[in-house]
Design a protein around this ligand. Structure first.
Ligand code: ATP
Length: 217
Protein backbone atom coordinates (compact mmCIF):
# COMPACT_ATOMS: atom_id res chain seq x y z
CA UNK A 1 0.00 0.00 0.00
CA UNK A 2 1.47 3.39 -0.95
CA UNK A 3 0.73 6.24 1.35
CA UNK A 4 -0.18 9.81 0.46
CA UNK A 5 1.13 12.95 2.19
CA UNK A 6 0.33 13.65 5.83
CA UNK A 7 -3.33 14.77 5.93
CA UNK A 8 -4.44 18.32 6.64
CA UNK A 9 -7.27 19.00 9.10
CA UNK A 10 -9.94 21.57 8.31
CA UNK A 11 -11.91 23.10 11.14
CA UNK A 12 -14.68 25.47 10.06
CA UNK A 13 -16.85 27.51 12.36
CA UNK A 14 -18.01 30.92 13.38
CA UNK A 15 -15.36 31.29 16.10
CA UNK A 16 -17.24 34.18 17.67
CA UNK A 17 -14.94 33.97 19.65
CA UNK A 18 -12.56 30.97 19.44
CA UNK A 19 -12.26 29.24 22.85
CA UNK A 20 -10.49 26.36 24.60
CA UNK A 21 -13.19 23.87 23.48
CA UNK A 22 -12.14 24.47 19.86
CA UNK A 23 -8.41 24.55 20.58
CA UNK A 24 -8.41 21.43 22.71
CA UNK A 25 -10.18 19.26 20.13
CA UNK A 26 -7.92 20.60 17.37
CA UNK A 27 -4.84 19.62 19.34
CA UNK A 28 -6.22 16.21 20.29
CA UNK A 29 -7.15 15.38 16.69
CA UNK A 30 -3.89 16.73 15.28
CA UNK A 31 -1.99 14.39 17.60
CA UNK A 32 -4.30 11.39 17.23
CA UNK A 33 -4.17 11.41 13.40
CA UNK A 34 -0.70 12.92 12.98
CA UNK A 35 -2.16 15.72 10.87
CA UNK A 36 0.40 17.98 9.18
CA UNK A 37 -1.65 20.97 10.33
CA UNK A 38 -5.15 22.02 11.21
CA UNK A 39 -6.54 25.04 9.40
CA UNK A 40 -9.13 27.02 11.33
CA UNK A 41 -11.41 28.53 8.70
CA UNK A 42 -13.79 31.17 10.05
CA UNK A 43 -16.89 31.65 7.93
CA UNK A 44 -17.76 35.04 6.49
CA UNK A 45 -21.50 34.62 7.06
CA UNK A 46 -22.77 31.26 8.29
CA UNK A 47 -25.50 29.70 6.13
CA UNK A 48 -27.32 27.76 8.84
CA UNK A 49 -27.42 30.20 11.77
CA UNK A 50 -27.65 33.80 12.99
CA UNK A 51 -25.04 36.36 11.96
CA UNK A 52 -21.96 36.55 14.21
CA UNK A 53 -21.53 39.49 16.58
CA UNK A 54 -17.84 40.18 15.91
CA UNK A 55 -16.84 41.23 12.39
CA UNK A 56 -15.10 38.70 10.12
CA UNK A 57 -11.83 40.61 10.57
CA UNK A 58 -12.18 40.52 14.36
CA UNK A 59 -12.92 36.76 14.38
CA UNK A 60 -9.90 36.23 12.14
CA UNK A 61 -7.70 38.35 14.42
CA UNK A 62 -8.89 36.49 17.54
CA UNK A 63 -8.01 33.17 15.88
CA UNK A 64 -4.58 34.53 14.95
CA UNK A 65 -4.01 35.48 18.63
CA UNK A 66 -5.15 32.00 19.74
CA UNK A 67 -2.78 30.00 17.52
CA UNK A 68 0.18 32.42 17.52
CA UNK A 69 2.47 29.98 19.37
CA UNK A 70 1.19 26.74 17.82
CA UNK A 71 3.21 25.35 14.95
CA UNK A 72 0.50 22.97 13.68
CA UNK A 73 -2.56 25.18 14.13
CA UNK A 74 -3.12 27.71 11.33
CA UNK A 75 -5.74 30.25 10.34
CA UNK A 76 -7.06 30.28 6.79
CA UNK A 77 -9.02 33.34 5.61
CA UNK A 78 -10.33 31.82 2.35
CA UNK A 79 -14.02 32.03 3.35
CA UNK A 80 -13.66 35.60 4.55
CA UNK A 81 -11.83 36.57 1.35
CA UNK A 82 -14.69 35.16 -0.72
CA UNK A 83 -17.14 37.66 0.86
CA UNK A 84 -20.09 35.37 0.16
CA UNK A 85 -22.23 33.21 2.47
CA UNK A 86 -19.92 30.36 3.41
CA UNK A 87 -20.63 26.93 1.96
CA UNK A 88 -18.19 24.21 3.00
CA UNK A 89 -18.21 22.68 -0.48
CA UNK A 90 -16.63 25.86 -1.92
CA UNK A 91 -13.89 25.71 0.72
CA UNK A 92 -13.21 22.01 0.16
CA UNK A 93 -13.02 22.52 -3.62
CA UNK A 94 -10.59 25.43 -3.15
CA UNK A 95 -8.38 23.37 -0.84
CA UNK A 96 -8.54 20.30 -3.07
CA UNK A 97 -7.20 22.42 -5.93
CA UNK A 98 -4.51 23.91 -3.74
CA UNK A 99 -3.44 20.52 -2.30
CA UNK A 100 -4.14 18.03 -5.13
CA UNK A 101 -2.25 15.11 -3.52
CA UNK A 102 -2.94 15.66 0.17
CA UNK A 103 -5.78 13.99 2.05
CA UNK A 104 -8.09 16.55 3.66
CA UNK A 105 -9.87 15.82 6.94
CA UNK A 106 -12.90 17.91 7.73
CA UNK A 107 -13.44 18.12 11.49
CA UNK A 108 -17.03 18.23 12.69
CA UNK A 109 -18.61 18.28 16.11
CA UNK A 110 -21.58 15.92 16.50
CA UNK A 111 -23.93 18.91 16.26
CA UNK A 112 -22.53 19.81 12.85
CA UNK A 113 -22.44 16.13 11.77
CA UNK A 114 -26.13 15.70 12.67
CA UNK A 115 -27.04 18.32 10.05
CA UNK A 116 -24.43 17.26 7.49
CA UNK A 117 -26.97 15.83 5.01
CA UNK A 118 -28.56 19.28 4.67
CA UNK A 119 -25.26 20.83 3.54
CA UNK A 120 -24.90 21.82 -0.09
CA UNK A 121 -23.39 18.92 -2.12
CA UNK A 122 -22.51 16.97 1.00
CA UNK A 123 -21.76 13.83 -1.02
CA UNK A 124 -19.08 15.71 -2.96
CA UNK A 125 -17.63 17.03 0.31
CA UNK A 126 -17.29 13.42 1.48
CA UNK A 127 -15.73 12.37 -1.82
CA UNK A 128 -13.14 15.16 -1.76
CA UNK A 129 -12.28 14.90 1.94
CA UNK A 130 -12.42 12.56 4.90
CA UNK A 131 -14.53 13.48 7.91
CA UNK A 132 -13.40 13.27 11.52
CA UNK A 133 -16.31 13.48 13.92
CA UNK A 134 -15.25 14.79 17.32
CA UNK A 135 -17.48 12.89 19.69
CA UNK A 136 -18.43 14.34 23.05
CA UNK A 137 -20.27 12.07 25.50
CA UNK A 138 -23.20 14.47 25.93
CA UNK A 139 -23.94 14.62 22.18
CA UNK A 140 -25.44 11.33 20.91
CA UNK A 141 -24.91 10.41 17.27
CA UNK A 142 -28.04 10.26 15.09
CA UNK A 143 -29.14 6.61 14.83
CA UNK A 144 -31.48 7.06 11.88
CA UNK A 145 -31.64 9.04 8.66
CA UNK A 146 -29.11 9.89 5.98
CA UNK A 147 -26.15 10.63 8.25
CA UNK A 148 -26.59 7.32 10.09
CA UNK A 149 -26.45 5.49 6.74
CA UNK A 150 -23.42 7.52 5.61
CA UNK A 151 -21.64 6.64 8.82
CA UNK A 152 -22.36 2.95 8.36
CA UNK A 153 -21.03 3.03 4.79
CA UNK A 154 -17.91 5.14 5.33
CA UNK A 155 -16.79 4.49 8.90
CA UNK A 156 -13.18 3.33 9.29
CA UNK A 157 -11.38 2.31 12.48
CA UNK A 158 -7.77 2.55 11.46
CA UNK A 159 -6.18 6.03 11.29
CA UNK A 160 -3.77 4.88 8.56
CA UNK A 161 -6.71 4.68 6.10
CA UNK A 162 -6.68 8.50 6.04
CA UNK A 163 -3.43 8.30 4.08
CA UNK A 164 -4.66 5.71 1.60
CA UNK A 165 -7.11 7.98 -0.25
CA UNK A 166 -7.73 11.71 -0.65
CA UNK A 167 -11.19 11.47 0.90
CA UNK A 168 -14.23 9.28 1.45
CA UNK A 169 -13.63 7.88 4.96
CA UNK A 170 -15.23 8.82 8.26
CA UNK A 171 -13.49 8.49 11.62
CA UNK A 172 -15.26 8.79 14.96
CA UNK A 173 -13.02 10.14 17.67
CA UNK A 174 -13.94 10.68 21.33
CA UNK A 175 -12.55 14.01 22.55
CA UNK A 176 -12.24 15.61 25.96
CA UNK A 177 -15.53 17.20 26.80
CA UNK A 178 -15.10 20.87 27.65
CA UNK A 179 -18.54 22.36 27.99
CA UNK A 180 -17.56 25.78 26.69
CA UNK A 181 -19.59 27.67 24.13
CA UNK A 182 -18.97 30.94 22.35
CA UNK A 183 -22.58 31.93 23.13
CA UNK A 184 -21.97 31.57 26.88
CA UNK A 185 -18.74 33.58 26.62
CA UNK A 186 -20.49 36.38 24.70
CA UNK A 187 -23.31 36.44 27.26
CA UNK A 188 -20.89 36.60 30.16
CA UNK A 189 -19.12 39.58 28.64
CA UNK A 190 -22.41 41.35 27.88
CA UNK A 191 -23.46 40.83 31.51
CA UNK A 192 -20.20 42.26 32.83
CA UNK A 193 -18.81 38.88 33.97
CA UNK A 194 -15.26 37.70 33.49
CA UNK A 195 -14.83 34.83 30.95
CA UNK A 196 -11.16 34.13 31.75
CA UNK A 197 -10.01 30.46 31.67
CA UNK A 198 -12.61 29.64 29.01
CA UNK A 199 -10.52 31.13 26.22
CA UNK A 200 -6.88 32.16 25.68
CA UNK A 201 -5.84 35.30 27.52
CA UNK A 202 -4.58 36.85 24.28
CA UNK A 203 -8.07 36.46 22.78
CA UNK A 204 -9.70 38.03 25.83
CA UNK A 205 -7.20 40.91 25.70
CA UNK A 206 -8.22 41.50 22.07
CA UNK A 207 -11.91 41.47 23.03
CA UNK A 208 -11.33 44.02 25.79
CA UNK A 209 -9.16 46.23 23.60
CA UNK A 210 -11.70 46.28 20.77
CA UNK A 211 -14.72 46.35 23.06
CA UNK A 212 -16.44 43.38 21.43
CA UNK A 213 -19.57 41.71 22.93
CA UNK A 214 -20.06 44.40 25.60
CA UNK A 215 -23.43 45.58 24.34
CA UNK A 216 -26.48 43.49 23.53
CA UNK A 217 -27.00 43.20 19.76
P1 ATP B 1 -21.85 29.28 19.43
O1 ATP B 1 -22.03 29.13 20.91
O2 ATP B 1 -21.80 30.71 18.96
O3 ATP B 1 -22.83 28.43 18.64
P2 ATP B 1 -19.59 27.44 19.37
O4 ATP B 1 -18.89 27.59 20.65
O5 ATP B 1 -20.47 26.22 19.20
O6 ATP B 1 -20.40 28.77 19.02
P3 ATP B 1 -18.66 27.38 16.63
O7 ATP B 1 -17.74 28.35 16.02
O8 ATP B 1 -20.06 27.43 16.21
O9 ATP B 1 -18.51 27.51 18.23
O10 ATP B 1 -18.11 25.90 16.50
C1 ATP B 1 -17.35 25.42 15.45
C2 ATP B 1 -17.23 23.92 15.65
O11 ATP B 1 -16.65 23.66 16.94
C3 ATP B 1 -18.56 23.14 15.64
O12 ATP B 1 -18.36 22.00 14.81
C4 ATP B 1 -18.79 22.74 17.06
O13 ATP B 1 -19.36 21.45 17.14
C5 ATP B 1 -17.39 22.68 17.65
N1 ATP B 1 -17.37 23.06 19.07
C6 ATP B 1 -17.87 24.16 19.61
N2 ATP B 1 -17.67 24.18 20.95
C7 ATP B 1 -17.01 23.04 21.24
C8 ATP B 1 -16.49 22.47 22.47
N3 ATP B 1 -16.66 23.03 23.66
N4 ATP B 1 -15.87 21.28 22.38
C9 ATP B 1 -15.73 20.68 21.19
N5 ATP B 1 -16.18 21.16 20.01
C10 ATP B 1 -16.81 22.34 20.03
Amino acid sequence: MSYLAQPIGIFGGTFDPVHFGHLRIALELQQAYNLAEIRFIPCWQPVHRALPVATPEQRLAMLACAVANESTLKVDDCEIQRRKPSYMIDTIETLREKFPNTPLCLILGVDAWSGFATWQRYETILRLSHLIIAQRPSYPLPEMGTVAVLLQQHLKQDASTLRESLGGNIMLHPVTSLEISATAIRNQITQGQDPRYLLPESVYDYIVKHHIYYSRE
